[in-house]
Design a protein around this ligand. Structure first.
Ligand SMILES: Nc1ncnc2c1ncn2[C@@H]1O[C@H](COP(=O)(O)OP(=O)(O)OP(=O)(O)O)[C@@H](O)[C@H]1O
Ligand SMILES: [Mg+2]
Length: 255
């Protein structure tokens, strides 16, 4: 049994049916139960259409549930509006164009994220805040700290995803949701973004869920791997069982 104080996320009976009662009825989430401990980093695999993004939409409040409850850090958020949940839940999408404002500079984007969520009272930002942004960008090792006055729209997809990561981390979320956030990048950039994802997630100790179609990435990142199938959690691997999995076999099944 988990001590509920150790839990960041508790999901019970989460159910979402699209087009109910019609010939197109689709049970996207079928009475899903899931607990995430504080600081846990879970990777999520599953075939196309198995319900992974719907799970994120339901957690963020983008979708209303048909049944079930969502508890975040001890608070029942099942009926809380999406914009309120966004104060505590950060999300990065596959498309590097989402999540950052293209006509604002790197510094302005970071300032917005920082003041919107973590510390609204700190407005206007001072030199110390900008030094902090600078330090966070340095962690990326992409020289973006030298381009803080560059507009985001001029950056590559990988650089934008990296800035998105810094934005979400400095806003100190209780939960970070990554929906195939490296899938649109070339293999080398994707590897780099995964590396910095790990760095940030571990140093901030933020509870994280990462959806990926890359089985190797799912098994080598995070502490635990969940496999979705037809709107249910078909497998939940951790510890020695997870360590012993053969990525090639899994790839054939769930890649
Ligand atoms: N807003 C929606 N309206 C109708 N059906 C939807 C909606 N969102 C998702 N679905 C359906 O629910 C099922 C689960 O979709 P979901 O996007 O969660 O899959 P996924 O596991 O994220 O797949 P992928 O790996 O392709 O991103 C699919 O059959 C999808 O067509
Ligand atoms: Mg999806």
């Amino acid at each position: 049994m988990n001590n509920s104080n150790d839990l960041m996320l508790r999901i019970r009976r989460m159910t979402k049916v699209f087009f109910p009662g019609t010939s197109n009825e689709k049970i996207a989430l079928n009475r899903v139960n899931l607990d995430l401990k504080k600081g846990e980093f879970v990777t999520i695999l599953g075939a196309n259409g198995s319900g992974k993004t719907t799970l994120f939409n339901a957690i963020c409040g983008t979708l209303e549930l048909d049944d079930g409850i969502v508890i975040l850090d001890g608070s029942d958020i099942t009926w809380e509006k999406e914009h309120k949940r966004a104060l505590h839940i950060s999300r990065i999408y596959q498309d590097p164009q989402m999540g950052t404002a293209p006509n604002l500079t790197i510094a302005e984007n970071l300032a917005l994220a920082y003041t919107r969520k973590a510390s609204p009272s700190l407005f206007p930002l001072n030199k110390k805040d900008y030094r902090f942004f600078h330090e966070q960008l340095e962690i990326l090792e992409m020289d973006l700290e030298l381009r803080m006055n560059t507009k985001i729209g001029l950056l590559s997809g990988g650089q934008r995803q990296a800035v998105s990561l810094v934005m979400e981390i400095i806003s100190q979320p209780k939960l970070l949701l990554l929906d195939e956030h490296t899938a649109a990048l070339d293999p080398q950039t994707s590897e780099k973004i995964l590396e910095v994802t790990n760095k940030f997630v571990r140093s901030a100790g933020v509870t994280t869920m990462m959806i990926t179609h890359n089985v190797q990435d799912a098994l080598t990142n995070g502490d635990r791997t969940i496999v979705f199938s037809g709107g249910i959690i078909a497998h939940d691997y951790r510890g020695a069982e997870r360590d012993a999995l053969d990525p090639n076999n899994l790839q054939k099944l769930y890649g």
